[in-house]
Design a protein around this ligand. Structure first.
Ligand SMILES: [Zn+2]
Length: 461
């Protein structure tokens, strides 16, 4: 299913010649929830007790000729499809930027509010009221960030660089001695044989400054699960530290916008060390290392050559599995023990939630929107829904005709984990939780590669 993509391409190309001036605007709107809100990320209810650092919706709007796009990141675990659609619709109404041209993504912070999914059904009373009010107001705040950015565009210069950092990210799926594959098997687990793959060390940096050289925005991307803080205080996790450090060096006018790469199977846990790795200190450490790599990269940036600004989007239907009545009954029983003292634990609940959610769809496929934005012949962004396995993200980067291709996971709604076909065969937590049938991830990657090629060909005309 293709949503107005052909039309958009023709329109964009005909109205936009190469070499036209690029304008940029940026804005941030606070989306910190109040204390008492249920927090996201785990298979148990926990209510926020306060705030360590604020959560933000951050927007970059790029404009060239009559074409405008928005690249937006929110300090949230994910953005459920309903909230994403509402935010983009409101932004389109306020600015005229088509919803298809807005890549709206979540950073995957696990110390923000719970926003959707089955776990919401278990929240009652005042916590539910707090949550519902927050969810209702959120699209307007995201749209406000886009609107403010769009209203303040000025002639801008963009440059790009890619750093390399492999000390903070770890492949989290391991082959065990019994032949199974386990996710996060625990520190110093003697049963671990080896990791099943490799991380993506890229630290991508797109630097935006005004025509007079004033720093405006640092757009950053690295593939790493944002689950390092934990606890009951709201936090944006390690991007908070990156933004703070870059602000100290380049001035408070600089907005730092972090998006997550294909990090479905990548986190910060080093199983070879016995050191505990959770808390604000860990987030600060990771943020400092990544900020350091960003600063090094900033010393060797290359200007983005002139070219057209193009955007396209395509919605792909992904098949879902079917379950037998017995499996559904068992899942119901397991799910009924959520939050109880005899909770069956993360993996069993993930499996039960998957079976119940999937069954309730009555064979209706998942709708997954793939978005691509390109600036000239060298720089492109790919927005993909869900938590993308690193192998899929790297396949897109490798096949892309653009020198720099930024993969932005958890864009355009949430469809759960997006494992590779190989991972589906291996099993493990992400596969137990994934909503799609095997092969869905490869379809998303193939779609992204095709759209990248289409936009690149248009740049040659
Ligand atoms: Zn995750």
């Amino acid at each position: 299913m293709r949503i107005a993509a052909g039309f958009a391409l023709v329109l964009l190309f005909s109205s936009q010649g190469a070499g036209e001036e690029v304008k940029a605007g940026r804005a941030a709107v606070k989306i910190t929830p109040p204390a008492g809100i249920p927090m996201a990320g785990y298979y148990s209810t926990r209510l926020a007790e306060g705030v360590h650092d604020d959560l933000w919706a951050k927007a970059l709007v790029l404009e060239s000729g009559t074409v405008r796009v928005a690249l937006v990141a929110c300090d949230l675990v994910n953005i459920p499809s309903g909230i994403s659609a509402a935010a983009r619709k409101q932004a389109e109404a306020a600015t005229g930027i088509p919803a298809a041209n807005i890549i709206l993504s979540a950073t995957h912070s696990h110390t923000g509010p719970l926003l959707g999914g089955r776990a919401v059904d278990y929240i009652k009373g005042p916590a539910r009221k707090t949550l519902d009010a927050y969810r209702l107001a959120l699209p307007g705040k995201i749209a406000e960030a886009i609107h403010t950015a769009a209203a303040g565009t000025v002639p801008a210069r963009l440059s790009v660089g890619t750093g390399h950092e492999e000390s903070v990210s770890f492949y989290r799926r391991f082959l065990m001695k019994d032949g199974t594959v386990r996710t996060n098997p625990g520190k110093r687990n003697p049963q671990v044989v080896q990791p099943m793959g490799q991380i993506d060390p890229d630290v991508q940096v797109v630097w935006v400054e005004s025509a007079s050289g004033k720093p405006m925005l640092a757009y950053l991307n690295h593939a790493l699960h944002l689950d390092t803080v934990g606890g009951l205080r709201i936090s944006a996790d390690f991007p908070y530290t990156i933004a703070k450090l870059l602000g100290k060096i380049h001035g408070q006018e600089l907005l730092t916008l972090f998006t997550n790469g294909a990090a479905g199977n990548i986190n910060h846990i080093d199983v070879t060390s016995a050191e505990p790795q959770k808390g604000l200190g860990e987030a600060k450490k990771i943020g400092t290392v990544l900020a350091g790599e960003v600063l090094k990269t900033l010393a060797r940036m290359k200007p983005v050559p002139d070219g057209a600004l193009l955007a396209t989007s395509e919605t792909v239907e992904l098949a879902i599995p079917a379950y037998k009545a017995g499996e559904v009954d068992k899942a119901r029983l397991v799910a009924s023990r959520f939050d109880r003292p005899d909770s069956p634990g993360t993996v069993a609940l993930a499996e039960a939630f998957r079976i119940l959610d999937t069954t309730e769809r009555k064979e209706k496929p998942l709708e997954a929107e793939v978005q691509v934005v390109a600036l000239g012949k060298t720089l492109a962004w790919v927005g993909l829904p869900g938590e993308i396995f690193v192998e899929l993200g790297q396949a897109v980067k490798k096949a892309s005709p653009f020198a720099t291709t930024v993969i932005v996971e958890l864009s355009a709604g949430h469809i759960g984990y997006v494992p590779s076909k190989k991972a589906f065969e291996e099993g493990g937590y992400e596969v137990v939780s994934a909503r799609m049938s095997p092969g869905g991830g490869e379809r998303l990657a193939e779609t992204a590669i095709r759209l990248l090629n289409e936009l690149h060909q248009l740049q040659n005309k």
